[in-house]
Design a protein around this ligand. Structure first.
Ligand code: NDP
Length: 504
């Protein structure tokens, strides 16, 4: 670079006299409070961190685009799903339980959050790399997360606490089965699928409705780390997934995912054999086959991680015309909790930051608040007779008819095939090969053998026996030996010292 560097300035644009020396009375004298440049640097530095996300704190992401390859207009009128349409987007991937500096290769579900900057406003899909979740009622979410984070006394993570919660919450069995299998530690963010997990509602131009689940299949292929490899990588490069995505895009490769959907005709949900909105269950492919929609490509790294990834804010409440929520209770809870946490974490005007701002004009009557720089003009209220924005009834989101009933606190109404252990049992028996089953036993035992108290361990064995009797028996053998060792299999390699980073 032959050009002279620019002159450093204060944040007010005033040229700075020195990048190195504070203002003092003589070279050896005291520092003067009138060194406003030093004061600004210190004060700004003290405020560099925003609160980290309470979940999904450690992550990374990139910009890209989504292009529609197949015609789904007979199912959904959303403009960004028109054949051939290309929409700018942002993706953020993350672990769930670990803090900002935690290792990328820990056993944990991965967040798979997408923001589509559509011409009808932002559409966010805030999914995971698994098609299901641990619980099905948001009433339990805070307790679930507390059980996965740190104890009140020692401030350490605690496997006993995790198993205590899981085994007292049988609806967690499907997600924990996936977590303890090979997909519990993806080799990189590029080598994992993403799922909406939740069911959404699609509506076409004629008002016809379908329930929909999204599946983003990685075009790089699914690859994973074994427990031992994940642990080794946590020591060698805790930022391995962050680094992998950044370097891949930097060298010109463009990781991509194919979007497929499962569609259920609106009326079929009422009589389906289990509750199709229960987020602890998948819709079997045989009942609802996958249908291709398009392709997402990541081709641009952030220039500034803080501005474009840390301050990015995804919220399932961002749905565009033609797409609505379903009666999935977890989704309905998340519609509130995501924007609420962003207001706390980033500030009430987080949607004005460049990464979160839609690419379309915003004509809202919301105003003021900290750090707001774009406000509505007069008139500042609606209705008004001075030409202010007017709502458009055709923008109403698709909705379902909710049958009246008593106001209750209750589980979903039981259906004939509603059970917590059937689908994880199918995964263990019919989807995994013997190698996968073996590694699952090793992973479960390696985790449960660390500090799990006898009465909780007894429930752990019962829990896995309900998933599958053979699995339960193998876990019982492996946990009674106390080291996760499987006959003929690799030893569970988590050590006591490695426990905090090796959990989940
Ligand atoms: P299928 O045989 O059609 O589907 C099995 C699916 O299992 C595969 O398509 C793959 O999902 C997924 N899979 C493969 N290996 C693993 C693993 N180690 N951990 C987690 N998932 C894996 O049967 P069904 O549709 O009837 O589903 C059977 C079981 O498969 C379910 O009970 C569920 O546990 C699991 N599954 C089902 C999915 C679904 O949407 N139907 C999605 C994911 C898992 P993918 O193609 O998405 O990679």
């Amino acid at each position: 670079m032959s050009e002279e560097p620019k002159v450093t300035t204060t944040d007010a644009g005033i040229p700075a006299a020195s990048d190195e020396h504070s203002l003092t009375v003589g070279p050896d004298g005291p520092i003067l409070l009138q060194d406003h440049y030093l004061v600004q640097k210190m004060a700004q530095f003290n405020r560099e961190r925003v609160p980290e996300r309470v979940v999904h704190a450690k992550g990374g992401g990139a910009h890209g685009f989504f292009e529609v390859t197949d015609d789904v207009t007979s199912f959904c009128r959303a403009d960004f799903l028109r054949p051939g349409k290309r929409t700018e987007m942002l993706a953020r991937f993350s672990t769930v339980a670990g803090e900002l500096g935690s290792a990328d290769s820990n056993r944990d579900p991965r967040g798979f959050a997408l923001k589509f900057y559509t011409e009808q406003g932002n559409y966010d899909m805030v999914g995971n790399n698994t098609p299901v979740f641990f619980i099905r009622d948001p009433q339990k979410f805070q307790d679930f997360i507390h059980s996965q984070k740190r104890r009140a006394d020692s401030h350490t993570r605690d496997n006993n606490m995790q198993w205590d919660f899981w085994t007292l919450s049988p609806e967690s069995a499907h997600q924990v089965t996936i977590l303890m299998g090979d997909r519990g530690i993806p080799k990189s963010w590029r080598h994992m699928n993403g799922y909406s997990s939740h069911t959404y509602l699609w509506e076409n131009a004629g008002g016809e409705k379908h329930w929909v689940k999204y599946h983003f299949h990685t075009d790089q292929g699914i690859e994973f780390y074994t427990a031992a490899e994940g642990q080794a990588m946590a020591a060698e490069d805790p930022d391995c997934h962050l680094r992998d995505l950044y370097q891949t895009i930097k060298r010109g490769d463009q990781p991509s995912w194919t979007l497929l959907v499962q569609l259920m005709p609106f009326e079929e949900a009422a009589d389906y054999r289990f509750n199709p909105f229960d987020v602890t269950k998948v819709w079997p492919h045989a009942d609802y086959p996958l249908r291709q929609v398009g392709r997402m490509v990541l081709d641009r790294n952030p220039d500034n991680y803080f501005a474009e990834i840390e301050q990015s804010a995804f919220e399932p409440a961002n749905m565009v015309a033609g797409i609505g929520p379903s009666p999935d209770k977890m989704l309905l809870g998340r519609l509130f909790s995501y924007p609420d946490t962003h207001r706390h974490r980033i500030g009430s005007n987080y949607l004005q930051l460049p990464v979160n701002r839609p690419k379309v004009e915003v004509n809202s009557y919301n105003r003021d608040g900290a750090m707001r720089y774009s406000n509505p003009k007069d008139p500042v209220y609606a209705p008004n007779s001075y030409g202010g924005p007017k709502a458009d009834p055709s923008a109403a989101e698709p909705s379902w008819y909710a049958a009246g009933g008593e106001i209750v606190r209750a589980a979903y109404t039981q259906r004939r095939d509603d059970d917590d252990f059937g689908q994880p049992g199918t995964l263990y028996r019919q989807v995994l090969d013997e190698g996968g089953r073996q590694r699952m036993v090793t992973n479960i035992a390696g985790h449960a053998n660390q500090g799990t108290e006898p009465q909780v361990l007894a429930r752990v064995i019962d829990y896995w026996t309900k998933v599958d009797p053979d699995l339960g028996a193998r876990v019982a053998r492996a946990t009674s030996s106390g080291n996760g060792q499987q006959p003929g299999g690799p030893a569970a390699s988590l050590t006591e010292a490695a426990a905090p980073s090796g959990q989940r």
